[in-house]
Design a protein around this ligand. Structure first.
Ligand code: PDD
Length: 279
């Protein structure tokens, strides 16, 4: 099955999708993105992803070339063309091609790219056992709410993850947990689900919002508040949320056991409600 690419309005084979070396995405990381996955062939929470794409575009004064309705049509068309059992849709918009200069022209024409690739869900056994994570300093900039392609700090954190042979890096800013390098982080403290508040220090995860809603529906108390690194280690349960990880228990952090070293009851409950939500 072909990996599908979409570039500036046209579907082309991935190998033919080329962008100029003068693209500001390449030169400056001057662009934004979204990652959406399908369940049973349908994109999950597409509207929420497209709303966040709009917010990122507005925050960077980037012209959003398509309406939500246009995007919906392109995404559905891409998924149909790729015809994978499950797909991962990647959308990227950059400020376009211009001679290199940090300041940009207000009438720049954006470069718009989308790819649709096969998505391989995590092995169910990983969900049953939970994963190891490590902490690392959050060295990112002050607008982590913008889903920018400028991902250097995340790249370095994920490289540390690879070397440490753990699953995710939990980012710590001035002693407080912000989020994961590619996920949001939630902890359970005496029955309350606690996670960092929306704002410039975290990406407002689409999965995070779904899971908080599920928690409230389950009657679980929820608190949006930063948790210290010490409280992270001492939490009853820790779990990650994200498009690629869904709801995933973290059972060890920096070699320290969380709770009893197994996915806790609230994590399991939320993972089960998430599974029924996505059908
Ligand atoms: N990342 N925080 C960060 C820093 C992320 O990069 C992501 C997702 C999330 C979770 O957001 P969501 O629930 O909307 O997927 C949180 C994507 C998958 C990526 O960069 O590939």
């Amino acid at each position: 099955m072909p990996n599908v690419a979409f570039i500036n309005g046209a579907f082309v084979p991935l190998a033919d999708a080329k962008v100029s070396i003068e693209d500001r995405g390449f030169q400056f990381g001057d662009g934004i993105y979204e990652v959406i996955r399908t369940y049973h062939g349908r994109p999950f929470s597409l509207d929420a992803h497209l709303a966040r794409l709009d917010r990122s575009a507005r925050a960077l004064n980037l012209t959003q070339p398509y309406s939500r309705a246009d995007w919906t049509q392109h995404v559905l068309e891409g998924i149909k063309r790729a015809a994978y059992p499950e797909a991962k849709v990647y959308i990227q918009i950059t400020r376009g091609v211009a001679p290199r200069d940090h300041a940009y022209s207000d009438d720049a024409t954006p470069t718009v790219v989308m790819t649709v690739r096969e998505f391989h869900p995590l092995d169910r056994s990983i969900q049953a056992t939970g994963v190891d994570a490590m902490t690392t300093e959050d060295i990112r900039w002050g607008r982590c709410d913008i889903k920018s392609v400028n991902l250097l700090a995340n790249v370095l954190a994920r490289q540390q993850v690879k070397h440490a042979q753990v699953f995710e890096a939990i980012l710590v800013n001035a002693g407080f947990v912000t989020e994961g390098a590619v996920s949001n982080v939630m902890v359970v403290q005496r029955g309350t689900v606690v996670t960092a508040p929306e704002g410039p220090r975290i990406l407002s995860g689409v999965t995070r919002a779904v899971v908080l809603e599920l928690a409230l529906n389950e009657g679980l108390p929820v608190r949006e508040q930063f948790v210290s690194q010490a409280d992270l280690y001492a939490a009853d349960e820790v779990f990650l949320t994200g498009t690629t990880v869904e709801v995933l228990a973290v059972v060890r952090i920096d070699g320290k056991t969380i709770g009893d070293g197994r996915p806790g009851p609230i994590t399991q409950r939320l993972a089960a409600s998430f599974t029924s939500r996505v059908g």
